[in-house]
Design a protein around this ligand. Structure first.
Ligand code: SAH
Length: 499
């Protein structure tokens, strides 16, 4: 017998991928099939297994959408066929998502299902606009209302008089086109025309826009600003709280589009920091780290161990681990590290480096090691296969017996058309190493004319200049934090100061 099928009715949240639930990601990662709509966050399906059956069941311009009955039947069929099916919908599946109908169909057919709530747009979009849908002093209730139906029709499911009297916030979904009629109806039924109102377009997405006004003038404002679906409308005193609580637009990198070119495996720290500061981050990895088989001999005899990148630390200790060894083989050795990131990676493995030069350069490390006796001593330099000769040459000159162990290759990553397009919108392009510069340009990545180039340090800057780029910002501290600080400082300096 086939495995028992099950259908998950899953909310994907309002658009910001970071607002997808853990459960939704876990289920997508284990799905045989995913049936999804238009309003799901970008990248929502990235975690689906290779070979999963991914089907778009939403509306397509110029093409008949699948009817709800057809979708219900498909869910039932897939469930009966023993599949693990994720039915992925924007926001929450049971808030104007027709998830209720799908659950009914599954229940009637005897197909097992589970419901995974999502963050609904009617709460999230206002929240990102600085509007709390309830407030102890201003709104003790909130109503979710569909603005979809024709308010002119006689048998409207909406009771306008009741909505006008409703003692709290009204949140309208799907109502952009009908907004003039809806607001008129509410006012005619007795809702205060001076009550605050706001419309949030594409809430929680990088393109989020908000317009505010009153019940009387909000539809005019929406028209003026050319607001388009998807948008939610908030009617209630809470809408005016945006004036004090708006936070999104006040973040230091709001409105900036920052390209991150470092290897995908390492991009998340930088990307996360930038997003937290309000930037839209586009990941256009130019490079990838490929580990090399590592040969280590006489490890215990090294007098000095030099590491030049966090990757180097990671891969060296991986190699040790493969040999069944750990940090104790280095007991007594002096450790030198280039860059605070490298030092931090070592510290994570219980080793506090003895020498970390102020500037993150091989030359600076050579200087910092000047007083360490190395003559006749064994030195390990574990690093990328392609690196400058400065450090080994200087140590050899001083009579050290130097082993340079190449741990990894830095190889080019291809750019997809989407990534190229995203790069063309960048207002900042960040480079965290010379190889990110070289490989991005080699992959045909174009740094837009108007974008500002941010480099992690002098070597990277030099490579960028040699490649014909203008470097606008160079980090003072040559690590991710230093780069983020420099970029943020530049953005602040370029902002028109508030009048
Ligand atoms: N189930 C969804 C709602 C589906 S109805 C949820 O719980 O959020 C579609 C309507 O949701 C849109 O017309 C719009 O009113 C609202 N909506 C969805 N995503 C939105 C977003 N990112 N910003 C503003 N409104 C959104």
């Amino acid at each position: 017998m086939m495995g028992r099928g099950i259908v998950f009715l899953v909310g994907a949240g309002p658009g910001d991928p970071a607002l997808m639930t853990c459960r939704s990601l876990e289920l997508i990662a284990g799905a045989d099939a995913v049936l999804y709509d238009r309003l799901i966050p970008p990248g929502a399906l990235d975690g689906a297994p290779e070979g999963a059956d991914l089907r778009y069941v939403g509306k397509r311009p110029g093409q008949a959408a699948m009817t709800q009955d057809e979708i219900n039947d498909l869910l039932v069929d897939l469930g009966r066929a023993g599949k693990r099916v994720v039915r992925l919908k924007g926001g929450d599946p049971f808030v104007f998502g027709r998830g209720g109908e799908e659950a009914e169909a599954l229940a009637a057919a005897g197909v097992a299902f589970e419901v995974v709530p999502g963050v609904t747009a009617g709460v999230a979009a206002p929240a990102y606009a600085g509007i709390p849908v309830t407030h102890r002093d201003a709104a003790s209730a909130v109503a979710f209302v569909t603005g979809h139906e024709d308010p002119g029709k006689a048998d409207s499911a909406l009771d306008w008089a009741a909505l006008a009297r409703f003692p709290g916030t009204l949140v309208l979904y799907m109502g952009v086109r009908n907004l003039p009629l809806v607001t008129e109806r509410l006012a005619a039924a007795g809702r205060d025309p001076a009550e605050a109102a706001a419309v949030v377009e594409r809430g929680t997405e990088p393109e989020q826009r908000t317009v505010t006004g009153t019940l009387a003038d909000i539809s005019g404002r929406v028209e003026e600003e050319g607001i388009r679906p998807p948008a939610v409308t908030v009617i209630g005193t809470v809408a005016s709280m945006r004036e004090t609580i708006a936070w999104l637009e006040r973040r230091p990198l709001y409105g900036e589009v920052v390209a991150v070119t470092r290897a995908r495996a390492q991009a998340s720290g930088l990307a996360g920091r930038l997003r937290e500061l309000g930037a839209e981050v586009v990941e256009t990895p130019a490079i990838r780290i490929e580990a090399r088989p590592v040969r280590l001999a006489g490890i215990a005899d090294y007098h000095l161990v030099c590491l030049t990148s966090p990757n180097g630390v990671r891969l060296l200790f991986d190699a040790l681990g493969d040999l069944g060894l750990d940090a104790r083989v280095f007991a007594g050795a002096t450790f030198a590290a280039i860059g605070p990131g490298t030092a931090a990676e070592l510290a994570r493995r219980g080793i506090r480096p003895d020498v970390v030069p102020e500037r993150s350069l091989a030359e600076a490390l050579v200087d910092a090691l000047a007083s360490l006796p190395v003559e006749g001593r064994r030195v390990l330099i574990a690093r990328a296969s392609e690196a400058r000769d400065v450090l080994p040459a200087a140590l050899r000159e001083r009579g050290a017996e130097v082993d340079v162990v190449p741990l990894y290759d830095t190889v080019a990553e291809r750019l997809s058309d989407d990534q190229r397009e995203a790069l063309s919108r960048a207002t900042y392009v960040t480079f965290t190493s010379s190889s990110t510069v070289r490989f991005l340009l080699e992959a045909g990545g174009r740094v837009p004319e108007s974008a500002r180039v941010v480099s992690i340090g002098p070597i990277t800057s030099r490579t960028a200049r040699e490649s014909g780029l203008r470097v606008h910002v160079e980090a003072e501290r040559h690590d991710v934090d230093g780069l983020v600080d420099a970029l943020t400082g530049d953005a602040a300096a370029r902002r028109v100061p508030a009048a």
